[in-house]
Design a protein around this ligand. Structure first.
Ligand code: SF4
Length: 329
């Protein structure tokens, strides 16, 4: 079901395609897996059935994909106010098991609702690039949008269909294509696809969350947005985030005019936010100066996501590019 999201950088989650497979270290604490497991037992959400299983006491994806009922698909066409959607918080539309037709249907819905903003982070930008590199995607999406518009009694902005057919729209301007990066090696592996998407005209962004190591962003100056944060949840215990990983990212964004959004510290807060004596020693993690991109010693303490909050160096960082309805105004 679509619904309000607690994710700080979005307004609502929209999950027409659900299910996935772990892709990299950033998936270790994937919150979608236990949530999908719970939803599988709910008769109101039968499309989650079979998406997860338990192996050696650990819940994981089976690799199957579930498709939401029509009501979920058309929901963004029915919202009364322009809405910012986090697309597929319960999966990845560019996971290889997702059918082309379902991706087309997702794009058709996005096309028909140009005042909504759709934030889609994927760990598979190479699949996104392959999908959008096929010139036929515009024709397929336009055809499907026409069908949706007709079958829903005229929902959505049909003028967009002609614009896509005529070639006025090289991309969908209200779709923000992001990639999730936790480590430098992910940045290295995904740079080429993201750069190619940007050159095609897509609005691109990075989710550096959970940050599991320092990343040198040299070469990523093309992105339109950066979201950063540390890990929370059951795996966070083993994954403290060095404060300088976000500090240097924020400063790099600032020097290149890229909006930066600091989502959360996660379960670990920097030393300055906690009283050293009030937390037992086993909750502390220290780094030597050599571990910092800034060359400074640092420590953090596991106090929980709520207490740690999202203040970085005395302020929140909530910057983002203008939303689709703001651009249109
Ligand atoms: S890609 Fe996203 S949804 Fe899929 S396993 Fe990783 S974190 Fe979870």
């Amino acid at each position: 079901m679509p619904g309000k999201t607690s994710i700080e950088w979005s307004q609502e989650s929209w999950n027409p395609i659900v299910g996935c497979r772990r892709k990299d270290e950033g998936c270790e604490g994937c919150y979608a897996i236990p949530m999908a497991h719970r939803l599988a037992a709910n008769p109101m959400t039968p499309h989650y059935a079979g998406l997860t299983h338990t192996i050696k006491a650990r819940v994981d994806w089976t690799g199957k994909v579930g498709i939401a009922p029509d009501s979920t698909w058309i929901y963004p066409l029915e919202v009364k106010k322009p809405t910012v959607f986090f697309v597929d918080s319960m999966g990845d539309p560019f996971y290889r098991e997702v059918e082309q037709h379902d991706r087309d249907r997702m794009m058709a819905t996005i096309l028909l609702s140009p005042l909504n903003t759709y934030q889609l982070p994927t760990k598979r930008p190479e699949e996104a690039l392959a999908y959008f590199s096929d010139p036929a995607w515009r024709q397929r999406v336009a055809d499907l949008a026409e069908e949706i518009h007709a079958s829903t009694g005229g929902l959505g902005d049909a003028s967009q269909i002609e614009r896509l057919r005529r070639g006025d729209l090289a991309v969908l301007p209200n779709l923000w294509l992001g990639t999730s990066i936790a480590l430098q090696k992910h940045a290295n592996a995904r740079w080429q696809s993201m750069k190619a998407l940007q050159l095609m005209g897509w609005m691109t962004w990075v989710s550096y969350e959970p940050a599991l190591g320092p990343v040198n962003w040299h070469g990523w100056e093309f992105v339109n947005w950066m979201v950063g944060g540390g890990m929370s949840g059951s795996y966070a215990k083993l994954n403290p985030m060095h404060p300088d990983w976000q500090r240097t990212t924020r400063d790099w964004c600032e020097s290149h005019g890229i909006p930066y959004f600091f989502k959360q510290w996660g379960d670990w807060a920097p030393e300055a936010l906690a009283m050293r004596d009030s937390w037992p020693a086993d909750r502390w993690h220290e780094w030597p100066a050599s571990a910092s991109p800034l060359g400074l010693r640092a420590a953090c303490v596991r106090i929980g996501k709520g207490k740690a909050g999202r203040v970085l160096d005395g302020r929140t960082h909530d910057d983002h590019p203008p939303y689709a309805h703001e651009v249109a105004a």
